[in-house]
Ligand binder design. Structure first.
Ligand code: ADP
Ligand code: MG
Length: 233
């Protein structure tokens, strides 16, 4: 299997706090890879490091087997690490057109990507009229415009109602089935179980487990995780 992202002994310190502690795992092509842990466990910091927006303290990571620079690799990565932010008075279509212009992408992709996230019939709807779930779906369409090899999502269902959560999870699964590798950070065991094939479990920046989700469920430690999850992970 082709390596998409390899992380080796990665550590990030903020002053005295070790946010990510000697973390290693590998994402292969086709994986739907979860980073699971409670708030403050180092999920977003890990994503920030591999996206070159947070400086690591030590360790290393490499994209696509280290064959290309991180700068070039990140052109093949789609990421949503913040709340979706578009122009409120512009339509979904106009907002994506602007993204295409900025990134030098052909407009012909826009309708296809709106269709992937179930927003094609709302393409002329203004962003400000969209629900939070629709805004998140538009952000996903935007991140897919350049047909990335991997899509990175940080807590993609946070703040959504049950229907919005279900829709986003189904869309992520569909994108994965179409061949895009996924890296998804979540504090919800339930989300990882429903969506992910693989997972790295973090506590205070330390890895508790990495591997297949079905093997995690079959393992002893899963019951401890489940108990923690019931007490709000
Ligand atoms: P998660 O995404 O799992 O909730 P984060 O990666 O955001 O966790 O944070 C991990 C730890 O690092 C937390 O204790 C957080 O307060 C701390 N942290 C994150 N970013 C910074 C920063 N820029 N400065 C200081 N501490 C930070
Ligand atoms: Mg976070």
């Amino acid at each position: 299997m082709a390596g998409i992202l390899t992380i080796n002994n990665l550590t990030k310190k903020f002053g005295p706090l070790t946010a990510v502690n000697n973390l290693s795992f590998t994402i292969n092509k086709g994986n739907v890879y979860g980073i699971l842990g409670p708030n403050g466990s180092g999920k977003s910091t890990t994503l920030g490091i591999v996206l070159n927006v947070v400086n690591k303290t030590s360790g290393s990571f490499s994209w696509f087997g280290g064959t290309i620079s991180t700068h070039d690799a990140l052109k093949k990565v789609g990421a949503i690490i913040e709340r979706p932010n578009f122009y409120p008075y512009m339509t979904a279509y106009q907002n994506l057109k602007l993204v295409c212009k900025i990134k030098g992408i052909d407009f012909s992709k826009i309708e296809e990507k709106l269709d992937v996230v179930g927003l094609l019939d709302r393409k002329h709807g203004k962003f400000q009229t969209f629900s939070l779930g629709m805004k998140q779906r538009l952000a996903i369409a935007s991140a897919l415009l350049n047909d990335p090899e991997i899509l990175i999502l940080d807590e993609p269902t946070n703040g959504l109602d049950p229907q919005g959560i279900h829709q986003i999870r189904e869309i992520i699964k569909q994108i994965a089935q179409n061949g895009t590798t996924i890296l998804l950070a979540s504090h919800l065991l339930d989300e990882v179980e429903k969506v992910c094939s693989h997972v790295v479990v973090l506590r205070k920046g330390v890895k508790l487990y990495s591997g297949r989700v079905d093997e995690m469920i079959a393992s002893h430690g899963y019951f401890e995780l489940k108990a923690e999850d019931n007490n709000a992970l």
